[in-house]
Write a protein that binds this ligand. Structure first.
Ligand code: ACO
Length: 386
């Protein structure tokens, strides 16, 4: 019978990956995260080797240019960075308009937006223009973060010093003095470790924004918004609140009994990609140990070790980078809400490297969804519009 037809095969169930877990969306030549070996490479170099032998300026250059700078390239890059350090008057005015009760992440997000809107080349997204903007933001961010902490403390702005490297000058603009070299080194290590981590939530946000052919500043502002959340960058601040809540090493066991019974998320532990330990933690932990010895704070060491040891033993979930960096920034003297803006100052290097990479081989990032709302329905017919 020629009218007989076979029923069409049912459509395969859509493969929904909530949170994009396990989804590979693109290639990148900027960094490689290998959870099997707990390793992280920036442009091929293990991050631990970079932290041991290089300054943050060199690592920033590496992320953008793909190679470490030679002496002349580094000198030129440093000269540009030093020339762009001062707080722009209009950025300062914008910061002053914000209440000191505003979260520092909201302040830095606003400051970057004002900085971008003041750049007449903001909409030039050529690789050269984007690289220049990335370097300008890298140079300008420390003054924004430092000034915001100072104004909260009722202190005046500290202009940058040309004779200091990036990290020493950052600390100088924040505290009005240059701390011991070992403190500068620990800060520099944290900047290197935070700089880049493939398609994390904030970097992916920056790439999504870039994929619409929007400008670099819009992508960075969006990335700051994504970084603020406690499941991402906001965790370094949250770790410090946790330390304050627990108080001391003796309280860890009863505190953890309660927290686990309530199924609380413990900030500073766990990672979407690393399941058996974060490659960056040992390096940051050793920087933290140096600070603990320098500031003579065995109580911090005891609490850190007690919580980490017991949490890992009871859950199998390991600390991430935010766990050692939170107390490290605290010991350096930063206010707890300033911790995540420090992450911004570092990660702006990775974000902008990804923005440039995305723009160079762009495809609009636009996933699909399965509709599960009410079935189609119709508006009752009325005669004429009300
Ligand atoms: N505390 C308690 N339980 C946790 C934690 C944690 N920190 N992390 C994961 N788990 C548990 C979850 O409750 C879940 O348990 P269940 O299966 O019984 O429901 C299981 O482990 C899997 O966790 P998910 O959240 O589904 O895994 P995901 O891959 O989405 O998690 C994340 C990654 C979001 C980082 C998570 O570990 C977390 O929320 N950690 C705390 C926040 C944090 O520290 N973020 C910083 C990330 S690193 C960085 O930004 C530098």
């Amino acid at each position: 019978d020629s009218t007989t037809t076979t029923a069409p095969a049912p459509a395969p169930a859509p493969d929904i990956r909530k949170g994009l877990t396990g989804v590979v969306v693109d290639t990148t030549a900027i960094s490689k995260v290998n959870p099997d070996t707990n390793s992280l490479l920036y442009r091929g170099y293990p991050v631990q080797e970079l932290a041991a032998a290089k300054r943050f300026e060199e690592v920033a250059y590496l992320l953008w240019h793909g190679e470490l700078p030679d002496a002349a390239q580094l000198a030129a890059f440093r000269a540009g960075e030093r020339a762009g350090r001062a707080l722009q008057p209009n950025v300062r005015t914008a910061i002053d308009l914000l209440p000191t009760t505003a979260h520092p992440m909201d302040v830095v997000r606003t400051a970057v937006s004002v900085f971008g809107a003041s750049d007449p080349t903001a909409d030039d997204s050529s690789p050269e223009a984007n690289l220049a903007k990335a370097k300008a933001l890298f140079a300008a961010l420390p003054a924004m973060v430092a000034y915001d902490q100072r104004r909260r403390r009722g202190q005046v702005v500290v202009p940058p010093r040309d004779d200091l490297g990036y990290s020493a000058n950052f600390l100088y603009m924040t505290f009005g003095e240059v701390p011991d070299q070992l403190v500068v080194d620990a800060f520099d290590v944290s900047m290197i470790l935070y700089a880049e981590h493939s398609f994390n939530a904030s970097t992916f946000t920056a790439r999504v924004i870039t994929s619409t052919l929007s400008d670099l500043y819009s992508a960075v502002v969006g990335a700051i918004g994504a970084l603020k959340g406690p499941l991402h960058g906001g965790a370094n601040e949250a770790v410090m609140h946790l330390f304050e809540e627990i108080g001391s090493a003796e309280n860890v066991t009863p505190w953890l009994d309660g927290a686990l019974a309530e199924r609380r998320k413990i900030m500073g532990f766990g990672h979407r990609v690393y399941k058996s330990g974060d490659s960056r933690v040992p390096t940051m932990k050793s920087a933290l140990d140096t600070l603990i010895a320098h500031y003579d704070r065995p109580d911090v060491a005891a609490l850190y070790d007690a919580l980490a040891t017991e949490f890992v033993a009871r859950t199998g979930i390991h600390p991430n980078l935010d766990y050692p960096s939170g107390p490290a920034y605290h010991l350096m003297g930063f206010d707890t809400p300033t911790f995540t803006p420090l992450f911004v100052a570092s990660r702006v290097t990775g974000w902008t490297a990804h923005i440039i990479e995305q723009a160079a081989a762009n495809a609009l990032i636009r996933p699909l969804s399965v509709y599960d709302g009410v079935e189609e329905r119709h508006v009752p017919v009325v005669v004429g519009r009300p």
